[in-house]
Design a protein. Structure first.
Length: 315
């Protein structure tokens, strides 16, 4: 009965919620009735195109059109329609639009913007100055490794770096900028450098003032998904072990969904007796979050087309 309830949960709860939350302009907001934004629109599209539900094509097509229209002239995507500066959402939009045949030009422009966005805190000058700083032993990270920030020209953080890696690894070779391979190498090194002692990731600080950082479920899941081409690396193994051990304590539906997606991406079975998404939904209806409903749909649906092996990598 538990298996039947789980399999029917997306069809009976999540997908109807996503369809009803669809705005007239083709996008989705973070909650029903809220302003359309690129981020929740991307998650809703991913959930719909990876479901077995028919009749979602029109909604998906409108969502793709909304995303393409939201792109800024420089190729990036802003977090809100009013903003004129792009941000990390560019990675997510490129990743999602890569699955749509009419979006190659938009994806190419977005990836070009991403590869030109270098974090300011790791420039040669900043690294040179850092060598003489009295704080150089307090924050033991290697700033020669460079990922991406939440906003352009700032600092490298775990989650935006993970999303950029996903976008770059899944894009066709024809649309990748020449520097893409180097950016991937630096970003992967940055993620491993920022891992917390003993496994897992937080926002990006493995230790502060000599105190080990505490890993968190969401950044750990995204980092592991972005690094899934290296499943045998000790860092991946220890981080997966931390994530598995943390599952019984997870209380948020979004964290639970991402933990499940991550474990199953690595071929790990969902632990028996672990919390179930439909049980958490009964408690608070996912707080009416479009993003969480989309993650839950993706977690329960075992069709992992959206996390297919990156082009050029073995399955």
């Amino acid at each position: 009965m538990e298996a039947d309830l789980e399999s029917s949960f997306p069809r009976s709860v999540c997908l109807p919620f996503l369809r009803n939350a669809h705005n007239a302009d083709g996008g989705w907001g973070f909650h029903p009735g809220s302003q359309s934004r690129a981020e929740p629109t991307c998650w809703a599209i991913l959930a719909l195109i990876n479901s077995s539900e028919g009749g979602a094509c029109e909604a998906v097509d409108r969502g793709f059109r909304f995303l393409r229209a939201a792109q800024l002239p420089d190729g990036s995507w802003p977090s809100t329609p009013e903003e004129k500066t792009g941000c990390w959402v560019t990675s997510l939009a490129c990743w999602v639009l890569d699955s749509e045949k009419d979006s190659a030009t938009a994806v190419a422009a977005g990836l070009r913007w991403l590869c030109e966005d270098w974090p300011r805190d790791s420039t040669l000058w900043r690294r040179f100055i850092g060598r003489f700083s009295a704080q150089r032993h307090v924050f033991p990270i290697n700033n020669s490794y460079r990922g991406w920030g939440w906003t352009p020209r700032t600092s490298s953080w775990v989650e935006p770096t993970s999303f950029a890696l996903l976008a770059l690894r899944c894009a066709p070779q024809a649309v990748l900028p020449a520097v893409a391979q180097r950016r991937r190498q630096l970003a992967e090194a940055m993620l491993y450098d920022r891992m917390c002692p003993g496994g897992g990731w937080n926002c990006g600080n493995p230790s502060v003032y000599g105190v080990a950082g505490e890993p968190l479920v969401v950044p750990t899941a995204w980092a592991l998904i972005a690094l899934r081409a290296h499943p045998q690396r000790p860092e991946n193994v220890s981080s997966l072990a931390w994530l598995e051990a943390s599952i019984p304590q997870i209380q948020g539906a979004g964290s639970l969904a991402l933990a499940r997606i991550c474990l199953e991406t690595y071929g790990r079975a969902w632990p028996s007796g672990a919390p179930q998404l439909h049980d958490l939904h009964e408690k608070n209806a996912f707080l009416q979050s479009v993003q969480v409903a989309a993650w839950a749909t993706l977690a329960v649906n075992r069709r992992r087309h959206w996390l297919a092996p990156a082009r050029g990598e073995a399955a």
